[in-house]
Design a protein around this ligand. Structure first.
Ligand code: GTP
Ligand code: MG
Length: 173
């Protein structure tokens, strides 16, 4: 039928949010292109990439949106969130302040999207175990309180990157 033309049955918008330099852009490049950039620049405005994922034999296209963590580089907030059905709220396990900001990011998400959005708390840079500043327990507990999925990832060594995106996409689907 028409909907299956080109095999594009589903297109889901997923947004990445979190403080600057937590690794949002590298999570996206790792997921979509299997690339990592040690010297990536801060994002200005909005970027997105579409990645096909197979869930239960169905091809799903995830359109992942990435924006600046820094206020001054951010695009129009309401446009960024419009139509989103999933969100990854990212912090850096080696910087406590980024974890403390999570509440504010969730508030912004809640302001712009309804509660049915599939949400995952992501503690990125878990390769930096030697300078860890947020315990796994803290992350897990907070996620439980807020009713979010939780996962620690590393865009650098690929730990759980695919899994984190797939859990959110599967929940939407
Ligand atoms: P903004 O665009 O400013 O919001 O930042 P961002 O969240 O997109 O961060 P970005 O992906 O640009 O990464 C910031 C820095 O962290 C870069 O130097 C990356 O190389 C580094 N980085 C990202 N992910 C990881 C990771 O999993 N482990 C380590 N060790 N470094 C990472
Ligand atoms: Mg970025």
């Amino acid at each position: 039928d028409d909907q299956e033309a080109g095999g594009e049955e589903y297109l889901f918008k997923v947004v990445l949010i979190g403080d600057s330099a937590v690794g949002k852009s590298n999570l996206l490049s790792r997921f979509a292109r299997n690339e990592f950039d040690q010297h990536s620049k801060a994002t200005i405005g909005v970027e997105f990439q579409t990645q096909a994922v197979e869930i239960d034999g169905k091809e799903i296209k995830a359109q992942i949106w990435d924006t600046a963590g820094q206020e001054r580089f951010r695009a129009v907030t309401s446009a960024y969130y419009r139509g989103a059905v999933g969100a990854l709220i990212v912090y850096d396990i080696s910087r406590k302040t980024t974890f403390e900001s999570v509440k504010r990011w969730i508030d912004e998400l809640t302001t712009h999207c309804d509660t049915t959005v599939a949400r995952m708390l992501v503690g990125n840079k878990c390769d930096l175990e030697n300078i860890r500043d947020v315990s796994v327990e803290e992350g897990k507990e907070f996620a439980e309180q807020e009713g979010l999925f939780f996962m620690e990832t590393s865009a650098l060594d690929s730990t759980n990157v695919q899994t984190a995106f797939e859990i959110v996409i599967r929940e939407i689907y």
